[in-house]
Design a protein around this ligand. Structure first.
Ligand code: DX5
Ligand code: ZN
Length: 248
């Protein structure tokens, strides 16, 4: 893939993941990142079956809906996701992302995307690091968002997996070759040290949990994390990638 393939200007979006926020002060955490120019708010739903961890359901999405006007980017790490589309749509989700691995085949993934769009929401399919990226490519024309996991789903605070750039680049090439209107989102281990590489590989939408809500800056000497400064640091790192984030 030549750099020229990425020469078209593309809007870059940063999506704080509330999984790493302090849930005892969720409203404050969301207000801070909204003021700091976050583009979407990423909400991780885990069912203790698709992944070992258990988080929350539509009630928390409904609470977030009351707290922010940001688009709610809801990532469903659940088995049989079709059961939940209606509940999360009613709760106020704007984007629903389901996992390819939670569906029997490509036809089911396309059907899930249609069912999400039929509810007036943006449809996404996520793919785990161990799933061949070729399985995602035929579905791209049916999607508004493709989510390439850059860690094993299930927990925040993990390291960006080496080898992810090649997978991102394959999806970028397929989106560009067909001139699709599909965001390329990455999720897991995104921070100031990794975001530029993900952008150069072709990602345009960056989920970040720990690097926004739990960033530890040596200059802050034990003071609590500053999500607004962390968001600025991510934008600066994106500028270093030769691509600019919106509002930077
Ligand atoms: C992991 C979740 C992520 C998580 C990312 O399974 O899908 O959205 O919040 O967290 P960080 O950015 O800390 O890797
Ligand atoms: Zn996620």
């Amino acid at each position: 893939m030549t750099p020229a393939a990425w020469s078209k200007p593309r809007e870059l979006r940063i999506c704080p993941s509330i999984l790493s926020a302090d849930f005892s002060r969720l409203g404050e955490a969301i207000a801070v990142v909204q003021r700091a120019g976050a583009d979407f708010l990423h909400v991780d739903v885990m069912d203790a079956q698709f992944v070992p961890n258990l988080t929350f359901g539509p009630i928390v999405v409904e609470a977030c809906r009351k707290l922010t006007s940001l688009p709610l980017d809801v990532h469903l790490m659940v088995v049989s996701p079709m059961r939940f589309l209606e509940g999360f749509a009613r709760a106020g989700a704007d984007h629903l992302i389901v996992h390819l691995e939670a569906l029997p085949d490509a036809a089911a993934a396309s059907a899930a995307a249609r069912a999400i769009r039929d509810r007036g929401l943006r449809a996404g399919i996520a793919i785990k690091p161990g799933t061949p990226i070729e399985r995602l490519l035929p579905i791209l024309p049916d999607l508004d968002q493709a989510l390439v996991m850059t860690v094993e789903p299930g927990a925040g605070g993990q390291a960006f997996l080496p080898g992810s750039e090649g997978r991102i680049a394959r999806v970028r090439a397929a989106i560009d070759a067909q001139d699709l209107d599909c965001l390329l989102e990455v999720d897991g281990g995104i921070g100031p040290a990794t975001i530029a590489a993900a952008a150069r590989a072709g990602a345009d939408t960056f989920v970040a949990g720990n690097s926004i809500f739990r960033a530890t800056d040596p200059d802050r000497r034990g003071r609590p994390p500053d999500p607004a400064a962390a968001l600025r640091a991510l934008r600066e790192a994106l500028q270093g990638s030769g691509r600019a984030a919106k509002g930077a």
